[in-house]
Design a protein around this ligand. Structure first.
Ligand code: SAM
Length: 278
């Protein structure tokens, strides 16, 4: 597989294959030669069975991942890219949202832990990340390029203004960190916003003790559903629970009933939900 880090090589490969970008598939390919080696280096792929990459495009990041890991498996939805990637790569032509990643890791890596690294298609950033987390895969970390605003939201600490339901869920499964920012000029075509590479290091154990996980995530989503209201009102309206019952749960665990969702920490959410579940 060839290194594809300079723009003239990338253009030549694309022209040879008559390739045109699909906006619907979130195709903004990386053309800044310094970004992919950094992402691959920081992905942790060198320290586990290998790497899974979502959406290799023409393989710019894939090449760098192949330099640091024993094996790289990529999942690409766009069939037009397959001849480009055909030479040395293992490409699974499928939709990352539909594929059984447990099976992929079992078949390709003998079920051993892998790192996930990708420049994600931005139209499905959160769904892909939530699938990777909720499926409880044998993965050590997820190192991905996302829009800068999404990076801030995904990595926000509960109890801060930027926090939303997705940030709280991310914190439950992983320790998130923004690694570095990447300007819009690093992509072809250039998107309208800047990006950032984030890393989610998967926790071996959740940071809080939750008795009913499904209820925990339903309550968190409900608490943030009406952000301008208090968390008690938002939860009771969204989940059709009595306001008194929710208020009692808050007070019994020592959380002020007029708090907004963004002010609640993960241990507070856990205590409230455990109380509601009783
Ligand atoms: N990795 C390349 C790079 O950095 O230049 C391309 C990144 S581009 C932002 C996103 C890639 O994801 C595209 O190749 C696109 O075709 C692919 N893609 C879009 N939706 C997908 C899906 N649901 N499953 C798998 N791949 C997808």
């Amino acid at each position: 597989m060839q290194r594809l880090s300079d723009i003239s090589t990338i253009r030549a490969v694309m022209e040879k294959n008559g390739f045109s970008f699909s906006k619907a598939l979130g195709q903004n390919f990386l053309i800044n030669p310094s970004v992919c080696p950094r992402m691959a280096e920081m992905s942790g792929a060198a320290d586990c069975a290998g790497a899974i990459e979502v959406g290799p495009g023409i393989g710019v990041l894939t090449y760098e991942l192949s330099q640091v890991s024993k094996k790289v498996v990529t999942i690409e939805l766009d069939k037009r890219l397959l001849p480009v990637l055909d030479e040395t790569l293992k490409v699974i032509n499928d939709d990352v949202m539909k594929i059984d990643l447990h099976r992929v890791i079992e078949e390709e890596f003998n079920g051993e832990e892998v790192a996930v690294c990708a420049n994600l298609p931005y139209y499905i950033t959160s769904p892909v990340i939530m699938k990777l987390l909720e499926d409880r895969l044998p993965i050590t970390s997820i190192t991905v390029m996302v829009q800068k605003e999404a990076a801030e939201r995904l990595c926000a600490q509960p109890g801060t203004r930027e926090c939303g339901a997705v940030s709280a869920a991310v914190q439950y499964y992983a320790e998130p960190e923004i690694l570095f920012e990447v300007s819009r000029g690093s992509f072809m075509p250039a998107p309208n916003v800047d990006s950032a590479v984030i890393q989610l290091r998967i926790r071996k154990e959740p940071p809080v003790d939750v008795h009913d996980e499904a209820l925990f995530f339903r309550v968190i989503r409900a608490a943030f559903a009406q952000r301008r209201k208090t968390a008690v009102n938002s939860i009771s309206n969204t989940l059709h629970m009595s306001k008194q019952q929710v208020t009692d749960a808050f007070e019994q665990v020592g959380v002020r009933a007029n708090s907004r969702a963004e002010a609640l920490t993960l241990p507070e959410f856990a205590a409230i939900v455990n109380q509601l579940a009783e």
